[in-house]
Design a protein around this ligand. Sequence first.
Ligand code: TLP
Length: 346
Amino acid sequence: MKIIDLRSDTVTLPTPAMREAIYRAELGDDVFGEDPTVNRLEKMAAERVGKEAALFVASGTMGNLVCVLTHCARGEEAILGNQSHTFLYEAGGMSALGGIHPHTIRNQTDGTMRLEDIKAAIRDDSAHFPRTRLICLENTHNRCYGAALTPEYTDAVVTMAKKRGLLVHLDGARVFNAAVALGIDVRKLTRSVDSLSFCLSKGLSAPVGSVVCGSSEFIAEARRTRKVLGGGMRQAGIIAAAGIVALQQMVDRIAEDHKNARRLAEGIARIHGLSIDPERVQTNIIYFEVATDRLTADKLVTELSKRGIKILCVGPSRLRMVTHYGISSEDVDLALAALDEVMANV
Ligand code: TLP
């Protein structure tokens, strides 16, 4: 049976060009700064997002953690969205390992936090309070339907942060999806933030890795933090090689994933018993609801898996699908046909 895996874009497998690059990668000891392939990827990534320097890390979680730990000291506070990946799904790393206090603010449905809410959350200077140090944004916003934050919003948060002496980190796990969806150079989304982390292993299809980017001074410190976390990898060029191909060949094709996601959403909107607002689907992440009490989200996942379609259950009636390099337009038709069949029989 053909498997159509829509659980996440993390399931993507390396392309033939990546496998070839992995095979041929020139290697060295990256902890000595001597892996030419890692050095090339880091230089390429920094240029691509308009920052001075970059650091290759094992995962998006490590990328965010390295940045937050580098920016904040123990007892300091980071402001972040209550729906953010860093707050919800990164095992509380900032407090577990850094003693950093997360201060959550409500995410609006478009993935933003209101500027007035952020302002109100910034602490006054008092011995009673933790010191606010950092604001974290997420673009695209995973839990908010893969919404793309605009350059204007990002710059407005940074301008306000600077006035109050704060730093801004961007969880840009899917920042290239945002740039493609908005039809702009990714630098417009990254230019003003102090640091960002983006993932090579999601929509860009590399097997492993993320890149942290920022000023040269910040990246030198981040390199120490990565070592503390045990993230100093040796002949890491073996995986960085795939990351180079990801940046060279896999960014522009993301538009196809967005088209497929929109078509999936429009198809779901036509199925009786399912509920979705297809207009909210801007990138490659789709959330929808089961809108009948004859079926739970869990049961829908089970029924679809019997037909070779894998999707994620993210609540009692809520489900997620993500399109990616492994999903063709034909797969979208097959997934919709399977959904149709399951819903017709409940
Ligand atoms: N997201 C994964 C799961 O953890 C939910 C997914 O399938 O979407 N930032 C954002 C916005 C993310 O969506 C993710 C992964 C990460 C960071 C963490 O990346 P990894 O999984 O590489 O640690």
